[in-house]
Design a protein around this ligand. Sequence first.
Ligand SMILES: O=C(O)CCC(=O)CC(=O)O
Length: 263
Amino acid sequence: MQIARLDDLAVHYRIDGDPDGAPVVFANSLGTDLRLWDQVIPLLPEGLKFIRYDKRGHGLTDCPPAPYAMGALVTDAERLMDHLGVTGAVFVGLSIGGLIAQGLAAKRLDLVRAMVLSNTGAKIGTRDIWAERIDAVNAGGTAAVVDATMQRWFAKPFHDTPDFHAWRTMFLRCPAEGWTGCGAAIAGSDFMTTTAALRLPTLGIAGSEDGSTPPDLVRETVDLVPGSEFHLIRGAGHLPCVEKPEEYAQVLGDFLSRHAGTA
Ligand SMILES: O=C(O)CCC(=O)CC(=O)O
């Protein structure tokens, strides 16, 4: 197991692929851990170094008291990359991970040579929506929102698969403090202005059935960056890397082949 001790926070991370390869960093969504990428990473091009981590309050990373600021989540990614001596990575962020990608690119462009904004937006939801969900999780844990979340996350046919149960279980095991902490960070984030000022290769990936960050939101967000690319995965929801890993890996792999560079 790989743990980075970053001052006040112990961060669980994992490295796969070529240890000497060009770096690709993955940031997960709310209520998931680094297993989010299990099915995709083995299908990506060889010769790259794949780094993934559990954000604060999730997986095996420390869970400080809520709420968290988006600035803290961005700083965690920055400190982890500095700790590992990684610069010039392709940063792949899904949902809240995509907010982290945008914040990190605005703050430390030396760390991010290209970004993949998957199922995310420059701004996700409203303060009222997040306040309502945070109140519910404070009262009843993630169980209080699990059914509505699964409806937004997964296309209907996926609900009948054995994997659906496993992802639901992962969500239920997310500590309320970690979920509400990160929920508060999403509520307070608006990267419209800073993302529109970014100039770096950018790929947007959306799922046609995504009830959390619909395709229009992803497209509007990546359109803020001139020259960006966009791919819609049909029949998938909020986690297309889980529902359609082959298509996801094909699109991501093509982008990495063009933009990951060399170590
Ligand atoms: O639970 C939801 O539907 C919202 C998810 C979201 O926007 C944040 C995330 O998945 O990281």
